[in-house]
Design a protein around this ligand. Structure first.
Ligand SMILES: NC(=O)c1ccc[n+]([C@@H]2O[C@H](COP(=O)([O-])OP(=O)(O)OC[C@H]3O[C@@H](n4cnc5c(N)ncnc54)[C@H](O)[C@@H]3O)[C@@H](O)[C@H]2O)c1
Length: 424
């Protein structure tokens, strides 16, 4: 029998997962119920997934009051609501939950969810999607094979991309650590998860520095106005001009998040006029130097692991493209990981490029697709080995490291010791 899956939060992520379920797993699973606080979201998506009115909910209270209505649940609301909703889902009795990251910016909360999931014998999986991609699975396999020896160090950079950073972390949903989480958790819990997973050893000490260096009032160019379309005199030479980014720049329209119009307007079917209005007076039309952002635009984290290895993570807003790069050094060889390319160099031996999948199909979207496939396999009982699955148990390490980095950063970079260190 087909497995039923309900979804809470019909934004970019939730509906992307729904699309994969319908398009790729339609013989095994279907969307049962939908819950979103916006009627528009229910109206936009319920018809395409054949979800009848009586299985559409405008509040989680209403949704959970019906008890367990489906075999599994996806929670893809914004960061600040993850803890409450997941707690309720576990208490209601859901046994298979896919939760968007980050779990919470509060250590007590994510550890409470870990313990509650264990007590309820529920499988709570956090969407550290990169782990499921061919690219990162391949790296993990090479490390585990011992080919490059014991890991000595990992030097990893998350190049967020100037336009992506401006969209999400200056103008958008993740600009305020108090309503979402610090950028080192919101953006880099994936990177910290990968580092911890590759190390296969608990992190014991973290130190960090970083700040909101660029996106602040004193850096506004002469003639800048609060909204880009409000008569800004610096518009022409500003890479963050909202009109160029969201309307006139063909690169942006073609390559960056295709559903940007939906984020700007809150509507799946948005017109040019809706986007224009959103730019003229909405959050995404604001001057990047005059926003209410407080999350770091560059941050460096150094980590020491129980096995003696060390790692650094650099998060930067300032790159032309969005990509990650890592240099993973072992006692017998090294891995050079750059965007979708992966090269293995064995000291005194073979040097070669490692094939990780079709070009153009590596990275985040591939990870998203495989995260859903993995979840479906688990719900269907086809996968029972959870060793490399990003369960809440495994995710604690990345969240602990991110919070320790913030604590260190706010205290001038002094090392923070992780008392209860765990590995991912
Ligand atoms: N795994 C990843 O790589 C990845 C990438 C991007 C975002 N995320 C995370 O995914 C989550 C969702 O991001 P998004 O871009 O889809 O956000 P979004 O704002 O597009 O969607 C969130 C949806 O949740 C709804 N919502 C908010 N509060 C709700 C509530 N209490 N009950 C029901 N519905 C509610 C909103 O109306 C909206 O439709 C965030 O936590 C984000 O940090 C993860």
């Amino acid at each position: 029998m087909k497995k039923s899956i309900s979804v809470i939060g019909l934004g970019n992520r939730g509906t992307e997962y729904m699309g994969f379920i319908k398009a790729m797993h339609g013989r095994k699973a279907y969307i049962h119920s939908l819950c979103d606080i916006r009627q528009q979201a229910l109206d936009d998506f319920a018809p395409a997934f054949d979800v009848p009115k009586y299985r559409q909910y405008l509040s989680t209270d209403d949704f959970f009051s019906r008890g367990v209505v489906s075999d599994a649940l996806i929670i893809a609301t914004q960061d600040a609501s993850h803890y409450e909703i997941t707690k309720k889902a576990l208490e209601t009795g859901y046994k298979y939950i896919l939760l968007e990251k980050p779990v919470s910016g509060n250590e007590n909360e994510y550890k409470e969810l870990r313990d509650l999931a264990k007590e309820k014998k529920a499988i709570l999986i956090v969407c550290h999607v990169l782990r499921y991609s061919n690219y990162y699975s391949k790296i993990k396999k090479i490390i585990a094979s011992g080919k490059i020896g014991d890991i000595v160090s990992i030097n990893h950079t998350e190049n967020v991309g100037y336009f992506h950073f401006a969209h999400s972390f200056v103008r958008g949903n993740w600009r305020d650590e108090f309503t979402s989480t610090p950028s080192i958790l919101a953006k880099c819990c994936h990177d910290l998860d990968l580092i911890s997973w590759f190390m296969d050893s608990p992190c014991v000490s973290v130190s960090s520095t970083g700040e909101v260096g660029h996106f602040k009032k004193e850096n506004a160019p002469a003639g800048a106005t609060p909204y880009c379309t409000g008569g800004c005199k610096a518009k022409k030479n500003c890479p963050y001009d909202a009109e160029a980014l969201y309307i006139t720049d063909p690169f942006y329209k073609a390559k960056f998040i295709k559903y940007m119009g939906r984020t700007l307007t809150g509507k799946a079917n948005n017109s040019k006029a809706d986007i224009r209005k959103a730019i003229d007076c909405g959050d995404y039309g604001r001057c990047v130097y005059m926003c209410d952002n407080n999350v770091c635009d560059h941050q460096l984290v150094t980590m020491k692991f129980e096995n003696g290895a060390v790692a650094t993570l650099e998060m930067t807003a300032f790159s032309d493209k969005m990509f990650r790069q890592s240099h993973i050094v072992g006692t017998k060889g090294e891995l050079i990981c750059y965007g979708a390319k992966l090269e293995m160099r064995i000291f005194g031996g073979e040097h070669h490029s490692v094939f990780t999948g079709s070009p153009g199909f590596t990275g985040h979207v591939e990870g998203d697709i495989r995260t859903v496939s993995n979840f479906i396999k688990i719900i269907c009982g086809e996968k029972t080995d959870l060793k490399d699955v990003t369960t809440i148990e495994a995710t604690v390490a990345s969240h602990d490291m991110a919070l320790a980095a913030e604590e260190s950063r706010k205290n001038g970079g002094i090392p923070v010791l992780l008392k209860e260190s765990v590995k991912a």
